[in-house]
Design a protein around this ligand. Structure first.
Ligand code: NAP
Length: 476
């Protein structure tokens, strides 16, 4: 079968693409989604406490503000419901092919189109939009003996809802954005929680509060009210990017984070364990009001000794101690800089994105790649953020893609000139070198070659300006 535009993934990116295409009068597009439902990361992550750590006002499409958010930080179930409601409201659900996994997509130069093999048949498409999302392939560390564990062990993004944590001994491995939400959610009812920390995180207060019924009434009924609040929230968060771009400024924020730790953790020994020794922001800054209070409770231990093996009834650390556990939760993150989808997309020369990239993803404006005509990556290389909502980046990219589609009315194919891509990547690298992300820490932003190929080293409006117009001269 043939379609004008094929989209991979029905999460925020793919759904946004489908809606924008439809709004611009495109009808001939298909969304391939390997799961049985839409929602991407917000469908997949259902762990206890799962919520967005970016304020709800900026964590939605700009063209579909949601007056019904119940909190200043939306819980996962609401975001997922929002995405499903958007699919229905904008009439794109019918374009989604569920349970259809893309195995391969290769550019056919003789026909000037993409050949796409899916789990449900073969397709061709003139344009391919890859919106698989950067955070969808869980990493489970290869710990010796894991297969001998007699209880339940699972990754945060594959939460086993049949596994009871109430009254049981739970081992949580990792202290990233996922674990920091899981621990306070399970601590009150768990028998005991042992948190295995490799690197302490910087944690800032979140200041979450419920949105009151009258606020929701105002958002629903007063024209422009919610947009105004969104704009204020947007600029308030956007201003914080300065600290990420100027590491010296970040010292001020570190003081606030240390005060937050002092306020909630009285025990000096525990406090020492939880104090980071790297510049704040180098790894993702966590926002939580209940993480530190949970760690200070009597039924929680923070273990900093490295894990050496798993035994049938517990987790063993290098000092020989066995920490008994009935359940092990891996909050150990995702494959980001070596995305599996990069092995499945093959360009003009038959080589995959992964082969082109050699461990370090690169793209012009994070969206198009030399050697891959008519391919657009949503949240591609160097479009991630450390300070605000990636939905803003997705929407900027979609504007750019729509511009490219207009240009494609006059030509069959578009591909970035190698020198344009190289110039863009060099400029990104140069800016990156001065940011907090280059101050030396281990983080999932850094790829196998030591480059930060994940984040955008600037503001979201700076990126928006860069992609506001499709720059035809950068393309052959
Ligand atoms: P993550 O940030 O990659 O954290 C993984 C954690 O596991 C780190 O603490 C890491 O330690 C630890 N770890 C990994 N391998 C380990 C091993 N072999 N032994 C011991 N510890 C190990 O993963 P995540 O928490 O799932 O978050 C990933 C990203 O998802 C976030 O940064 C964020 O962008 C997104 N996210 C967003 C939200 C939201 O509210 N919007 C919520 C959750 C996640 P090291 O630090 O030492 O590497």
């Amino acid at each position: 079968m043939h379609t004008r535009i094929a989209i991979i993934g029905a999460g925020f990116g793919g759904l946004g693409a489908a809606i924008r295409l439809k709004q611009r009068g495109h009808e001939d597009f298909v969304v391939f989604e390997r799961a049985g439902d839409l929602g991407g990361t917000w469908r997949e992550n259902s762990y206890p406490g799962c919520a967005c750590d970016v304020p709800s006002q900026v964590y939605s499409f700009s063209f579909a503000l949601n007056p019904e958010w119940t909190s200043t930080y939306s819980p996962q179930a609401e975001i997922w419901a929002y995405l499903r409601a958007c699919a229905d409201r904008f009439g794109v659900r019918a374009a989604i092919r569920f349970r259809t996994e893309v195995h391969q997509a290769g550019w056919d130069a003789s026909e000037s189109h993409w050949r796409i093999s899916t789990s449900r048949g073969e397709w061709t498409a003139d344009v391919l939009i890859a919106a698989g999302g950067p955070l969808n392939e869980p990493v489970m560390p290869k710990l010796p003996g894991l297969e001998t564990f007699s209880g339940e062990a699972f990754h945060s993004a594959r939460w086993n809802h049949a596994a009871e944590t109430k009254g049981r001994r739970v081992a949580v491995i990792g202290t990233g954005a996922s674990a920091v939400q899981i621990v306070p959610a399970i601590q009150p009812e768990a028998g005991h929680v042992t948190l295995f920390q490799r690197t302490p995180a910087w944690v800032m207060p979140r200041g979450e509060r419920p949105l009151r019924p009258w606020e929701r009434w105002v958002y629903r009924n007063v024209p422009g009210a919610q947009r105004l609040v969104r704009t204020l929230v947007y600029w308030q968060i956007e201003a914080t990017v300065i600290a990420f771009l100027r590491p010296a400024v970040m010292r001020l924020a570190e003081r606030a984070a240390r005060a937050n730790l002092r306020k909630h953790v009285r025990d000096p020994h525990l406090r020492a364990k939880l104090t980071p020794d790297y510049r704040m922001g180098c790894k993702r800054v966590l926002k939580s009001d209940d993480y530190y209070p949970a760690l200070a409770r009597g039924n929680v231990d923070v273990v900093t000794e490295p894990i050496s093996e798993i035994r049938p009834h517990g987790v063993v650390t290098r000092d020989g101690t066995e920490h008994p556990a009935d359940v092990i939760v891996f909050g150990t993150g995702f494959r980001v800089t070596d995305l599996p989808i990069a092995e499945r997309i093959r360009g003009r020369d038959g080589r995959s994105l992964a082969e082109h990239w050699q461990g370090s993803p690169q793209a012009l404006r994070g969206t198009t790649v030399t050697g891959f005509p008519n391919l657009f990556l949503l949240l591609g290389p160097n479009t991630g953020l450390g300070h605000t909502s990636v939905v803003l980046m997705i929407e900027s990219q979609l504007k750019y893609v729509l511009g490219a589609l207009r240009a494609l009315r006059h030509t069959r194919t578009l591909e970035p000139r190698p020198e344009a891509q190289a110039r863009f990547v060099a400029a990104v690298d140069e800016r990156m070198a001065r940011t907090v992300w280059a101050t030396g820490c281990r983080s999932w932003y850094i790829d196998a070659t030591g480059r930060n190929s994940t984040l955008w080293p600037g503001s979201t409006w700076g990126y928006r300006l860069k992609v506001r117009r499709f720059d035809r001269s950068s393309y052959t």
